[in-house]
Design a protein around this ligand. Structure first.
Ligand code: C2O
Ligand code: CU
Length: 460
């Protein structure tokens, strides 16, 4: 059992929202899963595509019969997808039309510090800000989301999240499913009040409604062939344990891009912010059959096989080797925990025993250095879980709990799950020539907004 001390057990600080929970009385699989719109650049010149996005209030129909006030990128509860390719430069001009400061972090992006959406580097209401992304990294499923300190949890929960996909021309030779057969799927949870409003100041355990690309438990019609699904756990604080009732799932990529070879499994575990790209083969299922994606035993969405289609796609035996792992010159120990002893109604999130302080550098790292970090969940209240996210680079999981990594630790990772008592040994190269201040933190956003975050400085 997973416990959240922010809301349960010792402290019930945020429990009293005054709102009354609504369990939508909607039969599952009545709504079509939408695919977030792909944004077109507003201009392209000199090899740079420029996109424009307003950060603004809007309403969305998340559950049938209700209109929910949300925060959006460009009016869309799952923000528009930015789809670019390796080596193509992108600028995104964000205009903050909210009443509160906001900012935008490209999660998984290798970007200069000034473009990273540092938690203290905000876009004030009415202001615009241009972020530049070099996309000098291999193809991957990234996402963009708010990262304004103390408010990131609420902003993301209310809708400030979207896909950012980097296609990689060098991956064309694999003939993986593409085009309409390459589908991003954002999973998250939500709690609703009686008017259909999102309840944020509640217990995350009450967020029992699963939204898939912004719709409650939808269905998605598929052809009897292979699909590539890019699955993102965009929930603030949840571990999804996804299965198709025993049907084979072939994982081809994790956070930072393709795995060295496909991994066949029947369950895939994703903590908040992790991604997995999977290939699902519907070709042996007769027209009319249905496959339900479950989180454990709870249905999340349904795939309906509705037609035949030709399929020239392949899942090759080998994909892309991971980049070489240079020897590490520095080893650090990183601990994640809560301080429950304070007088306030809320606990304080800690990294290495200290809450986030933007004026303190917790780790100074030489640009280009390779380091090993031993990251552990040292909470003592049984059941408390965390995860760990590192900005600016990707890492490899070398060990978990002193043994080999789990299947979900495979590949180039930027976020890794830390169950109660869990520890991982990771190795990263802080390359790309970037210098300046970045953060690392728990990606259970209620935890990071309570301080479970630290500052690193990359020095020349
Ligand atoms: Cu997805 Cu520091 O964030
Ligand atoms: Cu945490």
């Amino acid at each position: 059992n997973e416990v959240d001390p922010v809301h349960k057990g010792h402290r019930l600080g945020r429990k009293n929202s005054g709102a009354i929970l609504m369990r939508p009385k909607v039969a599952p699989f009545t709504e079509l899963m939408p695919i977030p719109p792909v944004l077109q650049p507003s201009s392209s010149a000199n090899g740079v595509d420029t996109y424009r996005i307003d950060i603004r209030d809007a309403t969305a129909q998340l559950i049938p019969g209700f209109t929910t006030p949300v925060l959006t990128y460009a009016g869309s509860f799952v923000g528009p997808t930015i789809r670019t390719r390796t080596g193509r430069r992108v600028k995104v001009v964000y205009t903050n039309r909210l009443a509160a400061p906001a900012n935008v972090h490209l999660h998984g992006g290798h970007v200069a510090a000034v473009n990273d959406g540092h938690p203290m580097d905000l876009i004030q209401p009415g202001q615009a800000r241009t972020y530049e992304y070099p996309n000098a990294q291999q193809g991957a499923t990234l996402w963009y989301h708010d990262h304004s300190h103390h408010t990131e949890a609420e902003h993301v929960y209310r809708g400030l999240h979207g896909f950012y996909l980097i296609d990689d021309p060098s991956e064309k030779r694999f003939a993986l499913p593409s085009g309409q057969y390459d589908v991003p799927i954002m999973l998250r949870d939500a709690a609703f009040d009686q008017n259909g409003g999102l309840i944020f100041f509640g217990d995350p355990a009450e967020r029992t409604n699963f939204l898939v690309n912004g719709k409650l438990q939808p269905y998605f019609p598929v052809a009897a062939r292979k699909y590539r699904f890019r699955i993102l756990n965009a929930a603030n604080e949840r571990v999804f344990r996804l299965n198709l009732g025993g049907h084979q799932i072939t994982q081809i990529a994790s956070d930072g891009g393709l795995l060295p070879e496909p991994v066949r499994m029947t369950e895939i575990v994703l903590s908040s912010a992790e991604r997995a790209e999977i290939v699902v083969d519907f070709s042996r299922l007769p027209i009319g059959s249905q496959l339900v994606l479950h989180n454990g035993t709870i249905p999340v969405m349904r795939f309906d096989v509705v037609r035949n289609a030709s399929d020239y796609s392949l899942v090759p035996h080998t994909l892309r080797p991971l980049p070489a792992l240079p020897p590490a010159s520095v080893t650090r120990d990183i601990t994640m925990s809560f301080d429950l002893s304070g007088p306030g109604p809320l606990p304080v999130g800690l990294v290495n025993g200290r809450p986030y302080d933007p004026n303190r550098v917790d780790a100074q790292i030489r640009s280009g250095a390779t380091e090993i970090w031993n990251v552990s969940n040292v909470d003592t209240l049984p059941g408390v879980i965390h995860n760990f996210h590192l900005h600016m680079t990707h890492f490899r999981v070398l060990e978990r709990d002193g043994g080999p990594p789990l299947p979900e630790d495979e590949g180039l990772k930027d976020t890794v799950f830390l169950p109660f008592g869990g520890r991982v040994k990771i190795q990263a190269t802080f390359g790309g020539g970037f210098t300046g201040r970045y953060v690392y933190h728990c990606h259970f956003l209620e935890h990071s907004s309570l301080g479970m975050m630290a500052e690193m400085e990359i020095i020349p």
